[in-house]
Write a protein that binds this ligand. Structure first.
Ligand code: IPE
Ligand code: IPE
Ligand code: MG
Length: 250
């Protein structure tokens, strides 16, 4: 089954305009989520300002998107900014917002070239008009792409998502007992991640994908996000391949 699935995925993607694809290895997860943590510590170990760590982290993300796509991942969901991250010093938040806007301008055309679809999940109402426009532009530009979907979790919180889903359902007049929660999530089409990777040594979920990660496999790495390599990604995939998933059954 897995072989057939991988082969189908490979054939589907290889007909797209693209460079070489690695034939995905048996057991490679199709749906992957990453908590990209450790930028601040990376910068502070080097006596650099925290934004230098975030900039280095952005380079790691760019490499990781390419590697994931080449390995046959169909959906990659990355935690870029949480609903709790507003509590950081205003200077860091401002620098981050500026960096995200620049990244969208610079990287989205390249992602489009790579046939990657980009979607944002999170609370949009709290974002600046300018950033919101960029987000909508990126989503529209890449909407028909099919090599891989990159979900960027931005101003995202798992609890906020569940609350927003409940509110949207109530607003639609859906009775409590009949709510199909998935239908009201920020990206209803997103599959549950099979694997969640967190860098930096912290072993917690920090309000990420609380609904979707009910049964995902967890891999925690001691490396800081800016140091995360393709080799680390592939070894997390190999670790996933060794896990036995039971979903509560025998
Ligand atoms: C993750 O790195 C990036 C964001 C939260 C935006 P951190 O900035 O949390 O890095 P550490 O955990 O302080 O090292
Ligand atoms: C989670 O990391 C958020 C992102 C990576 C965007 P944090 O650094 O904010 O989480 P805590 O504070 O260590 O739990
Ligand atoms: Mg952190």
């Amino acid at each position: 089954m897995a072989v057939l699935r991988n082969l189908l995925g490979y054939l589907r993607r290889s007909k797209n305009k693209s460079e070489d694809f690695l034939l995905s290895a048996e057991g490679t997860p199709r749906y992957v989520a990453i908590i990209m943590d450790g930028n601040g510590r990376w910068a502070s170990h080097r006596h650099l300002p925290v934004i230098a760590g975030h900039r280095e982290g952005a380079k790691t993300l760019k490499r990781t998107i390419k590697s994931s796509r080449r390995a046959g991942v169909l959906e990659l969901t990355v935690y870029a900014f949480s609903t709790e991250n507003w509590q950081r010093p205003a200077a860091e938040v401002n620098d981050l917002m500026k960096m995200f806007a620049e990244l969208i301008d610079r990287e989205v055309p390249e992602l489009h070239e790579q046939n990657v679809r980009v979607r944002f999940i999170g609370r949009r109402a709290e974002l600046s008009e300018a950033l919101l426009e960029k987000i909508e532009w990126a989503e529209q530009l890449t909407d028909k792409n099919e090599a891989m979907t990159l979900f960027v979790a931005f101003n995202y919180g798992g609890r906020a998502e569940i609350e927003d889903a409940m509110k949207a359902a109530a607003g639609n007049g859906v009775a409590g007992g009949e709510i199909d929660v998935q239908k009201y999530l920020y990206a209803p089409e997103m599959h549950d991640p099979e694997l969640l990777i967190r860098t930096s040594g912290e072993q917690r979920v920090s309000n990420f994908l609380l609904w979707q990660c009910a049964y995902c496999e967890l891999v925690f790495l001691d490396k800081l996000w800016p140091e995360f390599s393709e080799e680390d990604l592939l070894s997390a995939f190999a670790e996933y391949g060794r896990r036995q998933r039971r979903f509560g059954a025998r």
